[in-house]
Design a protein around this ligand. Sequence first.
Ligand SMILES: [Zn+2]
Length: 91
Amino acid sequence: MFANIPTYWCAKCDDITQFSLKVKEPPQFTFAIRKAMDDASGPVIPYETNYCDFCCKNCGQPVRVKYDEHEFAMSSYRYLPKAVYLYEFAL
Ligand SMILES: [Zn+2]
């Protein structure tokens, strides 16, 4: 389960990036990256699964985190990380 401020540890540069579940489609993502991420993660199911996109603050590695949304009380949600997708740049 996510902490209040979720963080991502980058295996490439050994740095930690804080991200927000509210932020979608950061401007750093090109169309090709977004397309690849969409192909990998599949469609979003409203009120069940969602995702957030961000880049490693150090090396710029594009990351997508897919998560489940659980409504545990009226309008109160908790978020459970489900999968992490990393975009590999072609050399
Ligand atoms: Zn990194």
